[in-house]
Design a protein around this ligand. Sequence first.
Ligand SMILES: Nc1ncnc2c1ncn2[C@@H]1O[C@H](COP(=O)(O)OP(=O)(O)OP(=O)(O)O)[C@@H](O)[C@H]1O
Length: 360
Amino acid sequence: MTRLELRELRKTYRTRGRPPVEAVRGIDLTLRSGELLGLLGPSGCGKSTTLRMIAGLEAVTGGDILVDGASVVRAPAQDRNMGVAFENYALYPPLTVAENLAFGLRARRRSARGDVSRKVAEIAERVGLREILDAHPSTLSSGQKQRVSLARALIREPDVLLLDEPLSHLDAAQRDTTRRELKRIQRDLGHTTILVTHDQEEALSLADRIAVMKDGVIQQLGTPYEIYDSPANVFVADFVGEPAINLLPGTATADAHARLSDSVRLALPTPVAEGRELVLGIRPEDLRLAGDDSGLPARVVAHEPLLESGIATLALDGVDRHLVALTDPDVRLAHDDRVRVVADRDLTQVFDAETGDSLR
Ligand SMILES: Nc1ncnc2c1ncn2[C@@H]1O[C@H](COP(=O)(O)OP(=O)(O)OP(=O)(O)O)[C@@H](O)[C@H]1O
């Protein structure tokens, strides 16, 4: 069981003839023993750089990395005891799966031959690789390769497990199964784990806590519920959630409303200084179609009736921006239908238009 701490971790890439790139700008994070932390953010936000610094594959520009309170920031990669499974697998093609697994173990410790075979068999059983132990990587599916990659990281009995987009090459069905397996294995073995992903669903379903990153800075650290229900700013609100949250500009009124246009006002969950420019965030599932004349009049732009719930695109009368609302599975709407839409006041997010920060 291991605690991992990142303190003021920084990385600036300097390439001759180009301006420096500040990929990671002072990250502070503490992972509890056995915790699975999802590092989530768009491409280029510095996730992989962070992981590579922890693994010792990239020198840090500043800050510290501590494992159980001891700094490892100057230790070479092979002395850090981190299990790494990266996106591009990095399996050795001439070796069989069993040999690939054994190789990782032998390279690390001078283990006895019998010991190695026992460990390979054990991990193959746990990760579901028994049938393909004699296969070569070139004959494996993407899902199998990713599992071998995970097994190779696990077989070293690492203090910390670092997974970079471990499910990215899988199709939807494989991803679901592998995700469940990954969660089970991580929980059984109790590794302190960082999982890098740009896929919010992966982060929301796997992680104990999520750190949402943008431009080398952590925007919010919290449980999946905290991130989803109480986003710290517009970026987090917009990045997490599918279909995306509705973001509507408005101006605060004296009576705890936001004016979206001359004719449209929405109630705020908390009072805000009159005249303040806001962005309201309303999740598609927090909008409902009214059966009576409550709510705001709107026109249906499009409706996709899906199996579990439909997705309606609506134009509120007098507001330029379209809204997306989830509809019950039995609802059928046609283009230009008139409806009335109600937003749940208590679930409405309120952000400052200038800073993007939450005002709740
Ligand atoms: N070796 C390098 N030299 C120079 N710049 C780099 C290098 N590696 C990454 N960068 C830059 O650092 C920033 C962060 O990159 P990084 O790969 O860590 O992001 P990421 O969030 O993992 O993105 P992705 O999901 O696309 O891998 C990007 O602007 C990238 O172009």
